[in-house]
Design a protein around this ligand. Structure first.
Ligand code: ADP
Ligand code: TYD
Length: 197
């Protein structure tokens, strides 16, 4: 069972991810994330920090996904483990459709083609949704800002996430991320346990 956590920067994904580690310990899930695959994660981080070329960045996110699938996700699923990933393919569809808009003639088609037939579809995707202004104010306390963290950009990213959720309502669980962290954690834990029944 593959469960992914998605949402804009500042939506509370990392907080939820860390909370689920305690709450789901009895199920012994494998906790993992994108970007950050063995040996490619650093290259992706460098590309994000450099903010030079959206296509280089996009290609690295896809390469990172390939390593992540081959080295982490597939082996764990083959052992029958529950895998919980902080970000996964939907991040590409949400973010790179925006970042590639003036770079590639059809980012959506490219992303579809590059994932089709080999990537693994999540069984469940928990999408944290909140006003972008709230997410941005949460991020103000961070010292390091990623170039994605701009109001208009994140508005478009969230639109893309919501469009994907509308196309695939059985996979997506939408969460009001403007509530307190404990309430969100309770809801996510219940949704995951219900999906495992
Ligand atoms: P993300 O991983 O989605 O960027 P984080 O989990 O790092 O988000 O959260 C961003 C900031 O918002 C952190 O300072 C975190 O403590 C805070 N935060 C997370 N969840 C909530 C919440 N439900 N309510 C208020 N603040 C939150
Ligand atoms: P991440 O480390 O998860 O950031 P955060 O903890 O702040 O959410 O991801 C770094 C940035 O990379 C984040 O702004 C989202 C972006 N990203 C993409 O644009 N495409 C992708 O495919 C992935 C996985 C992340």
């Amino acid at each position: 069972m593959l469960i992914t956590l998605e949402g804009i920067d500042g939506s509370g994904k990392s907080t939820l991810y860390n909370g689920l580690k305690d709450r789901l310990a009895d199920l012994d899930p494998l906790f993992t994330r994108e970007p950050g695959s063995p040996y490619l994660g650093d290259a992706v981080r460098r590309a994000i920090a450099a903010n030079d070329d959206p296509m280089v960045e996009a290609a690295l996110f896809v390469a990172d996904h390939a390593v992540h699938l081959a080295d982490v996700v597939r082996p764990a699923l083959a052992e029958g483990r529950i895998v919980i990933s902080d970000r996964y393919s939907d991040s590409r569809f949400a973010y790179q459709e925006v970042s590639l808009a003036n770079v590639h003639p059809n980012p959506h088609r490219w992303l579809q083609e590059v994932h089709a037939g080999w990537s693994i579809r999540p069984d469940m995707t928990i999408l944290l949704v909140l006003p972008v202004t709230v997410a941005m104010s949460r991020l103000e306390e961070r010292t390091e800002q990623e170039h994605f963290e701009q109001q208009e950009f994140l508005e478009n990213v969230q639109k893309n996430y919501l469009a994907r959720a509308a196309e695939d309502p059985e996979r997506f669980v939408l969460v009001d991320a403007d509530r307190d962290a404990e309430t969100i954690l309770d809801f996510a834990e219940k949704s995951i346990r219900a999906a495992l029944q």
